[in-house]
Design a protein around this ligand. Structure first.
Ligand code: 5U1
Length: 695
């Protein structure tokens, strides 16, 4: 052991410096955790710092100071809530970090009591917020957080909003005074829904259920707490008056339950260390399937007389221990970000991590959800990030340590082209997801594209179900949709469990599907947000695939249109088509890969009759018009739609082939060019005559 000199020799001891640094760091983390409700490191990291501090202090007891973070149990009440003194202190639990430490706890208890095997009350350690509920004559009079164990914050108004906490105890046999001790927590599903709500409102989501529970309970406005899905389990008691003293912990928890307090159904009585270990193993195995976070198993001597005999050290009882499970949050380095393309084309950022054990599993990938989340959490490549793996959800990045950002860190830039197929990537206004536009071409979307294409309301290809689609894909027989129509009988018959008769049936169904309608074909293309009704509207409005394709490709947004939020006017002129759908249609048709697949489908013989409303009503077919200037009584887009509905083509530039220029007020260079080329010029009246029969 090292001795400190009374006289400062100028030489600072390494442990001493480390001790100071640890105390400073822990104080900072306490402040962030208890006061700001914004912890910046996972619990496991905090625990490591605290353990290291305690270790140094145990090696150098002369350095222990009363204000060291190791010398108190919890945090201090924050401004805004009234401090209240607990009638009995709220204790904390000593931890057993592994089975050997659990066995030590059991051995010490057995030795102290002189018994061979002890009965333990085994419980799940809920990862929430400890609370003390005071009932006087059966009525809830106060709820207080743990604070420093002696004094906490009065959160009665907030706790009264938690539905499962009784405001009045049930049954007639009520104690005069009862302090119930337990944990307030937020169920995982509740947190997911809450975070969705917060994100939709443009607010910051919570990183984990514990922060969410703490943040919700510490709201100064109880009406906000009331909207939060909080829950509670009772696991102990403080002052108890006006009723018989319980003989065992399990007996008292049964009484709490009878009084209407929620008690965890996973609690059990176990005998001896082997059963305790087995309980912990079962609980750990069940951990992912629970709807709340747990961070360990708690074992308490069941007999109250035994508890009293063992007593306390500092603020932790010697009769109970928390057997800690592997932490569900850890720190690691974000090495890179890949973008995964889902079956509907949505791009998800996947974090590549320096491998780390989280919740007992080695994790090297985690989701970052979407670009909005990346911005919200301000995560960069090179950052030290907090990775969380809880429940059966995939590991996620919940934050980063800004103070550890290295000089070479770089911001995450989303790809402009799809990493799988090279089609361009779009982010449609109002949507969080980035999307690959190569829906018909992208291998990542292939199976989904085929499934949708073949579905009954689309091309109605009988017999082309999910299993066969997977087989065809795995065999590499269908790389693009049009390959479906090139399948040969022997290829299909060679698939596993495919009789020749079924293979022939499939080919027949494919052949039959070639004769379809434009509306079905448009729906079958799987353009995002284009359902059956929209597809029918598009077919009716444009009359032909060419007209729709021209509108989609020519309708690229100009800077001026962007400013006026007046994008894709020709597409938006169709029924049911607003800005978002128009953007999806434009994105789809401007992607050359998709146009190639459509050409391929037409080339193999997919065809349809012109929509009936357009048949015989195309008097302007083969003619090309250009529109310029301000038309009286009609926007240029309406004029264009009317001409196209009659089969005309509307072009943007005047050439010798232009049938006529339609010139409104303030026509400029196009009018001059038409006159120079001898192209006929019509005014608004001429246009009205031209389209009159159809209006
Ligand atoms: N399940 C459970 N959690 N928990 C936490 N029991 C339990 N007991 C505790 C704590 C702090 O303290 C006892 C000493 C009452």
């Amino acid at each position: 052991m090292q001795q400190t000199s009374l006289f400062d020799t100028g030489e600072r001891d390494v442990s001493r410096e480390r001790l100071d640094a640890l105390r400073e760091a822990i104080r900072e983390h306490d402040y962030r955790y208890y006061v700001l409700d914004a912890p910046s490191i996972p619990d496991a990291e905090y625990d490591r710092l605290m353990r290291e501090l305690r270790q140094i202090e145990s090696e150098h007891p002369q350095w222990i100071q009363p204000d060291s973070p190791s010398q108190r149990v919890g945090g201090s009440p924050r401004e805004g809530f009234v401090a209240v003194r607990h009638a009995r202190p709220m204790l904390s639990l000593n931890n057993a970090m592994d089975e050997a430490e659990l066995a030590d706890f059991d051995r010490r208890a057995r030795e102290a009591l002189g018994e061979n095997a002890l009965a333990y009350h085994a419980e799940a350690k809920i990862d929430g917020l400890a609370i003390s509920l005071r009932y006087e004559n059966g009525v809830l009079v106060r709820a207080a957080t743990r604070g420093d164990g002696e004094r906490g914050e009065d959160v009665t108004a907030n706790v009264r909003t938690i539905a499962c906490i009784p405001l009045r105890l049930m049954s007639t046999d009520r104690p005069a005074v009862l302090d119930v001790r337990g944990e307030i927590y937020m169920p995982r599903r509740g947190l997911r829904e809450l975070n969705e709500r917060l994100l939709a409102a443009g607010e910051k989501p919570f990183a984990n259920p514990r922060n969410a529970a703490a943040g919700s309970l510490r709201q100064l406005d109880p009406r906000i707490t009331a909207t939060r899905p909080l829950s509670f389990f009772a696991y102990g008691w403080g002052e108890l008056d006006g009723t018989s003293a319980p003989k065992t912990h399990s007996e008292m928890l049964a009484r709490l339950r009878a009084w209407g307090l929620p008690v965890n159904p996973l609690n059990a009585l176990v005998y001896g260390i082997d059963e305790a270990r087995a309980y912990a193993a079962r609980l750990l195995a069940a951990r992912d399937s629970l709807d709340y976070d747990i961070d360990g198993a708690v074992f308490k001597l069941d007999r109250i007389a035994d508890q009293e005999q063992l007593g306390f050290v500092a603020r932790a009882p010697r009769w109970a221990v928390a057997f800690k499970f592997p932490p569900e949050e850890e720190l690691t380095e974000l090495l890179d970000v890949d973008w995964q393309v889902g079956r509907t084309g949505a791009l998800t950022p996947v974090a590549r991590l320096a491998p780390v054990h989280v919740g007992g599993v080695m994790v090297s990938n985690a989701t970052l959800h979407n670009l909005d989340m990346i911005h919200q959490k301000d995560v960069w490549i090179g950052d030290t990030v907090i990775v969380r793996r809880a429940g059966d959800v995939i590991p996620e990045i919940v934050g980063r340590l800004i103070e550890r950002r290295p000089a070479g860190a770089r911001a995450i830039v989303p790809p402009r082209i799809c990493p799988v197929c090279g089609s361009h990537v779009e982010q449609v206004d109002g949507e969080v997801a980035l999307r690959c536009t190569g829906g018909l071409y992208c291998p990542a979307q292939r199976r989904e594209a085929i499934r949708h294409f073949a579905s009954r309301r689309a091309m109605d290809i009988d017999g082309l179900g999910e299993k066969i689609i997977i087989q065809l894909d795995e065999a590499g027989l269908v790389k693009r949709l049009d390959d479906l129509y090139r399948l040969r009988l022997e290829d299909v018959a060679a698939l596993e469990r495919m009789a020749e008769k079924s293979a022939q049936n499939l080919l027949d169904a494919l052949e039959k599907s070639k004769t379809t309608t434009l509306a079905r074909f448009l729906f079958a293309l799987g353009i995002p947000e284009v359902g059956e009704t929209t597809a029918q509207g598009l077919a009716r409005h444009f009359g032909s695939l060419d007209a729709l394709r021209d509108a989609a490709c020519a309708d690229l947004p100009t800077a001026e249109a962007e400013r006026k939020k007046d994008r894709f006017p020709r597409l938006q002129a169709a029924p049911d088509v607003g800005l978002t759908i128009a953007a999806h249609i434009a994105g789809f048709f401007t992607e050359a890969h998709n146009r190639e697949v459509i050409e391929g489908l037409l080339a193999v013989g997919v065809h349809w009759e012109a929509p009936s409303s357009a048949v015989g009503e195309q008097p302007l077919a083969g003619r090309t018009y250009v529109i310029t200037g301000t038309l009286e009584g009609m926007t240029r887009e309406e004029a264009r739609a009317a001409l196209e509905a009659l089969g005309a083509k509307v072009s943007d530039s005047v050439s010798k082939k232009t049938t006529a220029l339609i010139a409104g007020e303030a026509a400029g260079s196009k009018l001059a060019r038409a006159q120079a080329l001898g192209v006929p010029v019509l005014d608004a009246m001429g246009l009205a005559e031209l389209i009159a029969p159809s209006r």
